[in-house]
Design a protein around this ligand. Structure first.
Ligand SMILES: [Zn+2]
Ligand SMILES: [Zn+2]
Ligand SMILES: [Zn+2]
Ligand SMILES: [Zn+2]
Ligand SMILES: [Zn+2]
Length: 240
């Protein structure tokens, strides 16, 4: 909850003060007796339990939910809106009308950056400020090649000057590339091995049961193709 303090609280008209919490009224409600209290100072049961009876803290008169109204006389609303408050968040403690406090917090209230860089910012500015805040923790651009350095942005430049990792980047990238090539080669070999196994199986079947073997059906058809491909590959290799 955002906070403010009233200016000269002792001089505030008693008609504007809640009979329950003794503070200037906020979202006031008028009771059947005519006394005003804050919406939040009314017992919760009054809103929840039908027929619940509460007592006016000022005159002791009982009231029910239907005895209350939020139709506050305009002069009271205006006086409440015009109460002067001082923002407790701002460094400079801006003094404004109470009615403008919410807008002040959203748009104009300026507080120091929580990371202690010294910048003074509105709520809207805080997000984009992190992209430039000198105290925001950043990582070394060479993180992808294992520099583990982390620190406030203001120290990054100095770190980069002496970061050794950047110097070995070409070597690491070359290694990465050859690992990738090996992986691809390995996949190809596994595939070829599977093909060869299929072909072998097919040949075994044919050897034991040549009459049942139909190379034009289903998988076996592919196997015959595979045999042809294999033969071609083998011939090529032999030519080399
Ligand atoms: Zn109250
Ligand atoms: Zn009363
Ligand atoms: Zn403020
Ligand atoms: Zn900052
Ligand atoms: Zn580094």
């Amino acid at each position: 909850m955002e906070t403010f303090s009233y200016i000269e609280p002792l001089n505030i008209n008693t008609n504007l003060v809640c009979k329950f919490c003794k503070k200037p009224l906020s979202d006031p409600i008028i009771l059947v007796c005519g006394h005003l209290i804050c919406c939040t100072c009314i017992p919760n049961e009054l809103w929840i339990e039908s027929g619940y009876t509460a007592t006016c803290p000022e005159c002791g008169k009982d009231y029910k939910k239907e005895d209350t109204t939020i139709n506050i006389p305009i002069c009271i609303t205006e006086d409440l809106n015009g109460l002067k408050v001082k923002c407790n968040r701002c460094l400079e403690g801006v003094v404004i009308n109470r009615v403008d406090f919410y807008e002040h917090i959203e748009l104009y209230c300026k507080t120091p950056c929580e990371l202690g860089c010294g910048a003074i910012l509105t709520k809207n500015e805080i997000k984009s400020h992190l992209d430039v805040c000198s105290n925001f923790i950043v990582e070394c651009p060479a993180l992808d090649i294992y520099c583990k350095w982390k620190g406030p942005r203001k120290d990054l430049e100095e770190h980069i000057q002496k970061c050794n990792t950047e110097g070995v980047r070409p070597a690491i990238e070359a290694l990465r590339e050859s690992v990738q090539n090996l992986k691809e080669e390995n996949q190809l070999l596994v595939k070829n091995l599977e093909k060869s196994n299929d072909i072998l199986l097919c040949m075994v079947k044919f050897f034991f049961n040549p009459n049942d073997f139909n190379p034009l059906e289903g998988k076996d058809y592919n196997l015959i193709e595979n045999i042809n491909v294999k033969e071609n590959e083998t011939e090529k290799i032999l030519e080399l």
